[in-house]
Structures are given as structure tokens and as C-alpha cells.
Design a protein around this ligand. Structure first.
Ligand SMILES: [Zn+2]
Length: 467
């Protein structure tokens, strides 16, 4: 990554350092991972963080951590990040310098991990329970305790910071967390505002206890951010708003989604959409760097397990769709998965088809859970009268079986990676197993409890999930 030293930064930015590779605490000149153009206030926080590191004597060559103390455990969900749009995973734009550095450092990286579901709520339910949404509804594993509750039982301090407002549904997501903060809208904790909030959260951590920290970043979630001048791989442009259920008006998004653009307009718009999204991923990557620097400054990067993944992907014009939520195509479900266990005997991830639900087991136990093959994802959309429901199963030989709102589809992903030519479902491999899963998941389409909860509906509507 040394040959593209300043991807995405303004001309005034200093040369980017590969922040995570540096074991020393961050300097006090600013917030590491963020360029000074981002926001003036970061300098103050950088000073605070530096002062904490100095006064605490953290990371200054003191004695090694007591061996009996449990590792600090961190789950970072980069919301809405599809794997194939990361430079880390082969994308042609240099938008992940921080994560590229983590790979070079030896973090395990998988680029075809499977999200538990194509939108935020059911995926996070799976991260926090270790099971699919349908099972979580009757969750009684470990006495029905969420990951945070179990970690608290083990003596952990538990902290939660979500830039995704959809996770404000308190009783579902923040159970077991002692300290919580959730954004009120999709812009409140984007970009350089996130590390400021993280700093406040980490100040509240109990230094005597190991920490379970959950973080959700929405930098790649719509609205896509504006692209400033000076980015080497994209022209400056305004932010891009999505309103999936906009029914009138003449916004480019609406005109694209309703097929009103000429082919030339459509091609141009898709370039803007891709660039805006890719720049959002760049901002998420910068925040990964800021998070790791903040942890390091507090001595939390000595004995640790960290998962960095996404809750789902995003369609960028495939099948004439921009966004996510009720689509089960590959770009909406294939996510990156990064894992680092600082101990010598860390778990080895499977080479392919890693089930994102494994985040739960890796963080809790330091090893993979016994999840039956083959992997599958499920979808439940709380849309009241228009609930949509689906299930996807991937077979070991590269086929994908889909059930959506009662219809069945089958794709050969090797011969038809864009999922344009469905095959007859008859004769599909592992069809019996697929039908078992469909039968089990089908009833959940009702979703009465969520659909009737006005607060949830309001949040989902604001996020563009609900009409
Ligand atoms: Zn999400």
C-alpha cells in the first residue's frame, strides 16, 4: 500500500501513516486515522487521548498484562459494506488503506463471508445471539442471554456505540450493555464525529475489567457522503440521498429506480453512486484506524480479540436496484470479515463461505461455533401489510437456492455470477435441507410485534426500510 500514500485525502493532509502497524500510542497532534480537514475539534480530542495515555502510563513499556485477565473483545460492524467494493478484497479503488495494513500485519481476512440477513435488524440480532433471527425469536440458548449479558456475567465491562439509529430499539440490542450511545440520525456519528463519541464511551470504561465493546459505523450507509476535492480516485461530488419509497419528485435516485433515465444518464448516475459509496467505505476504513488507535492509547490492544465485519451489503445498480433491505442477491449478502486474536492459539477461519454469525462465537469463546452447514441467510422485513420474507442457502458446489415471498429460485453462481438466469428448482442439490429451512422460517413473515411498534416503524421509515 505504500505506493498510494494519500488515497482520498485532501491536498493539505499529511502523508498517511499505516496507523495500525505502529504499536506506540498515537501522537497528540490530532486524531490518528483522520486528516485535519475533517473537523477542527479532533485536535482537542487527540490531546485528551494523548494525555490519558501519558498519565495512565499505558503503552509505555510497562509490565505485560496479567495472564489471568480475559482478553478485551471488540465487535466492529461497518454497516452496509459489501466485500467486493473494498480495495482489501480486490476493488480497483484504493479505499481501504487501514484494512490493507491489517492484512499485511497478519489479520485473517475473508472476502466472501455471508451476512446473516440483508438488513440491519435481523443481522444484529444474529451477532448478539449466535443464531438466525427465526431462532432468536424463541432464543433460550444460554438462558436467553445476549452476548453482552453473557460477557457481563463473565466479569466484562460492556460498552455499546452505534452510529446506526435503527439499533435504538433498546430492549433488543442494548441488553447487557452498561454504557450505551446510539445516534439519532444517519449523519450524527458519521466520519470524524465517530471517534469523538468513542472517546467519550471509552472514558467510561472500567480500567479494572476486560471490555466487550460493540461499535457500528454507518459511513457507507446512505446517504452517501459528499466527495471533497483532492481525492485521487474520484471527482468531487455532492452527497447522494436515497429514499427507497419516494413516490414523487424528480430526484436522480427516484428517476433511476423508476426507470426514467436514458441509458446515458443512468450510466453516469451509477458512476456517481459507486464513487459516493466507495468514498463512504473509505471513511469507514479511516474510522477503523481511529478505533484501533483509541484502543491502543488505552492499553486495550495487548490482549484482545477483534472482529470487523458488516451486517449486509448494498446493491449499486445490479438488477436495477440501489440500496439494500429486501434483496437477496450476492452484493447484498457478501461481506468482509476480519479477525485478530492476540493470543498464539487463535481460531483459524474457514477459507470460504464463513458464516457471519461466527462473530458471536469467536468473540465469546475465541473459537468457531458448531453451526450446521451449509450456510444460509434469512430476511424478515417489518413493512406491515407488505412484509417480505426470504431465505438463501449456498450449497458447497456453488449453487444458491432462494425462497422469497413463496417463490423459489436457483442460481449456479459459477456459471451465472450475476444471478440473471435462474435454473429450475427441481433437482437442486440439498433441496431437502433447503425445504426444511423454508418450512421453519416461513411463519416469521408475520412479524406482528415489530410491525405494530410505532417507534420501530418510525426508525425504519427514517432509514428508508419502510414505506
Ligand atoms: Zn445495516
Amino acid at each position: 500500500m505504500s505506493d498510494d500514500a494519500t488515497p482520498g485525502t485532501a491536498p493539505t493532509a499529511p502523508a498517511k501513516e499505516p496507523a495500525p502497524a505502529d504499536p506506540t500510542p498515537p501522537s497528540s497532534g490530532g486524531l490518528p486515522g483522520w486528516a485535519p480537514w475533517a473537523v477542527g475539534a479532533v485536535v482537542v480530542v487527540g490531546l485528551v487521548a494523548g494525555a490519558i495515555a501519558a498519565f495512565g502510563g499505558l503503552g509505555l513499556g510497562g509490565p505485560p498484562p496479567e495472564p489471568e485477565r480475559e482478553p478485551d473483545v471488540v465487535l466492529v460492524v461497518m454497516d452496509t459494506v459489501r466485500a467486493d467494493h473494498l480495495h482489501l478484497c480486490g476493488h480497483d479503488k484504493p479505499n481501504t488503506p487501514v484494512m490493507d495494513g491489517l492484512k499485511a500485519e497478519g489479520w485473517q481476512v475473508r472476502c466472501d463471508a455471508i451476512a446473516p440477513a440483508p438488513w440491519t435488524v435481523p443481522s444484529h440480532v444474529s451477532f448478539f445471539t449466535g443464531v438466525h433471527y427465526v431462532d432468536a425469536r424463541q432464543y433460550d440458548g444460554d438462558d436467553g442471554k445476549t452476548l453482552a449479558m453473557q460477557m457481563a456475567d463473565k466479569g466484562y465491562d460492556t460498552l455499546f456505540l452505534s452510529a446506526n439509529m435503527v439499533l435504538r430499539k433498546t430492549e433488543v440490542f442494548t441488553q447487557g450493555f452498561r454504557v450505551t450511545q446510539t445516534a439519532r440520525n444517519f449523519n450524527q456519528l458519521k466520519g470524524p464525529r465517530f471517534p469523538l463519541a468513542l472517546d467519550e464511551i471509552l472514558q467510561q470504561a472500567d480500567p479494572e475489567k476486560p471490555m466487550f465493546l460493540f461499535l457500528n459505523l454507518v459511513d457507507a450507509h446512505a446517504p452517501y457522503p459528499p466527495i471533497p476535492r483532492g481525492v485521487t480516485w474520484a471527482k468531487p461530488q455532492r452527497g447522494i440521498q436515497h429514499r427507497r419509497f419516494e413516490t414523487e419528485g424528480s430526484s436522480p435516485f427516484h428517476r433511476y429506480m423508476t426507470g426514467q433515465m436514458t441509458p446515458e444518464e443512468s450510466a453516469k448516475y451509477k458512476v456517481q453512486v459507486e464513487n459516493g459509496y466507495d468514498y463512504g467505505i473509505f471513511l469507514a476504513d479511516q474510522n477503523i484506524g481511529a478505533i484501533l488507535d483509541a484502543l491502543r492509547a488505552r492499553g486495550r490492544m495487548k490482549n484482545y480479540r477483534i472482529v470487523i465485519t458488516s451486517d449486509h451489503g448494498e446493491l449499486l445498480g445490479e438488477h436495477s436496484v440501489i440500496g439494500h433491505g429486501d434483496t437477496l442477491f450476492e452484493p447484498g449478502l457478501r461481506v468482509p470479515f476480519l479477525y485478530k486474536d492476540s493470543s498464539a492459539e487463535g481460531a483459524q477461519l474457514p477459507e470460504h463461505q464463513l458464516n457471519g454469525i461466527q462473530a458471536f462465537y469467536l468473540l465469546r469463546d475465541g473459537k468457531l461455533g458448531e453451526i450446521p452447514d451449509p450456510p444460509y441467510a434469512t430476511n424478515y422485513q417489518a413493512q406491515g401489510p407488505e412484509s417480505s420474507n426470504g431465505l438463501v442457502m449456498w450449497t458447497p458446489d456453488g449453487e444458491k437456492l432462494v425462497w422469497k415471498n413463496g417463490e423459489r429460485f436457483r442460481f449456479d453462481l459459477k456459471a451465472d455470477p450475476e444471478e440473471k438466469n435462474p435454473l429450475p428448482i427441481e433437482g437442486a442439490p440439498m433441496l431437502d435441507r433447503f425445504e426444511q429451512l423454508v418450512e421453519k422460517n416461513q411463519p416469521v413473515i408475520e412479524l406482528e410485534d415489530q410491525a405494530k411498534d410505532p417507534e420501530t416503524i418510525q426508525l425504519l421509515r427514517a432509514a428508508g426500510y419502510v414505506e
